[in-house]
Design a protein around this ligand. Sequence first.
Ligand code: NOJ
Length: 533
Amino acid sequence: MSHSASAPGERRWWEGSVLYQCYVRSFADSNGDGYGDLPGLVAHLDYLEWLGVDGVWLSPTMPSPDHDWGYDVSDYLGVHPELGTLDDLDALIKSATERKMRVLLDLVPNHTSSEHAWFVEALGSRDAKTRDYYVWADPGPDGEPPNNWLDATGESGWTLDEASGQYYFHNFLESQPDLNWWNPQVHAAFEQVLSYWFDRGVAGFRIDVAHGLYKDAQLRDNPPVQDPGDLEGRFGFDRIYSMNRPETHEVYRQWREMARSYAPERLLLGETWVFEPDRLARYYGEDDELQLGFNFPFAFAPLEAEVLAKVVGDTVSALGTGCPVWMASNHDIGRFASRWGAGDERRTRLGLLLLTMLPGTVVLYYGDEIGMTDVAVPPALQRDPMTMGNRGNRPVRDRGRTPLPWDDTAGRGFTRAAVDPWLPIGEVPGGSVAAQRAEPGSMLGLTRELLALRREHLSGSVAPYGELEVASDRWIFSVGPLVVAANFSGVAIRAALPPGADAVRCSSNMERERAVVQGLIELGPYEGVVISS
Ligand code: NOJ
């Protein structure tokens, strides 16, 4: 798998592809402990192949005390025992490769767990060998934290290590100390981590907090946000000194060189939590940093034609020849079937059709394909310490992390456990995977059809995108050889199509009898169609 020339067609394999984010703990439980695991995923690879995805990104798989469900890593070279073994991961890569699917892992370079050996050693003594792996600072004159940086719960991001008299910094929980990227040893350690997994056949990484890593060397206070609606600001501050530092780009240039030295090239997909298209574009560099950076403005946009069209147009023009990446649900922001669908499956289907027809790379979150909605997890059953009880005024993330209902048996085909699964299994409006598989017009049937169309027409490169018409009730665009026409209103509309666009290939409500008459198509309420010419 490594260090040889790329086979033809393998270059830039992510362009036009569909990746599937598998939240392993909630996908399939093979050993009856109520948690999904790697063998459970291996057992369901046939399903993902049938669905038509090109790769699977696994939510954190490394050993962790799970204060942040794997985003607090205690060993970057291992597999979390609850999820399986290194052999299971190797078996997954092998099985996926046989099905022409790639496996990406989640890499967390901004911080470790406080239980990582580096931090355990660093605590307590200013002379410890790994002390400088982390961000330490002396208290202010009255013993207060060194500056105004806050963590993800809205509390000070600084925790005092009483034994050494210094504070350490954490952008997230106290048990997730931030790494000090000014230290070359940290770079060397992560380069080893990258090659270790690349050599094992891992196709790339989703990089957690990709806009993090370096912290301002002078530890300057973050300024207050100018615009209170600014999504980049948190708890009233624009995190320009605790994140988004220019030095971080050098790390990605280095990693990209490593990624490029493998065949097929390994993929770096950043969790770029930035809201300006130009800021996003900076993480792509001159095609020498990340190949992909998540587009959060798209995911947070309402299902409104003018807003979505603007995000897509602005992104495509800011990225130039860079490959955009679109997703609408994940383990932090919850599910688009709730956000966009708002109880109306026609809207969920429309959202799915739009998402899967955009140029570049698409990431589906497990369950998106059946229209899984957020689950109201009662306080007593919540598992995510970061948002438990709406901590820090943040929506409870458990809502979008619940197990996938595979069928309608006890345990829903997710688990054979006698115990309750780790999070409750919710009802999906369109039914379980099995129920939807038996129903060709289901949301699952729609997803499969859209992915097949994508593979046929939009894969292998970033398809050219052209906006044709946008108004409050419609968004019509061309993407590669296809035209997409979408009705964003609850009443039927007639939409004009460009010359030659006449063969309806897919309709979000799975009705194929839509005809194009003299350049016009009638669209039902919240209907989207894909048309080829
Ligand atoms: C982003 C991850 O998606 C989220 O789940 C996690 O809590 C933070 N990064 C910290 O690692």
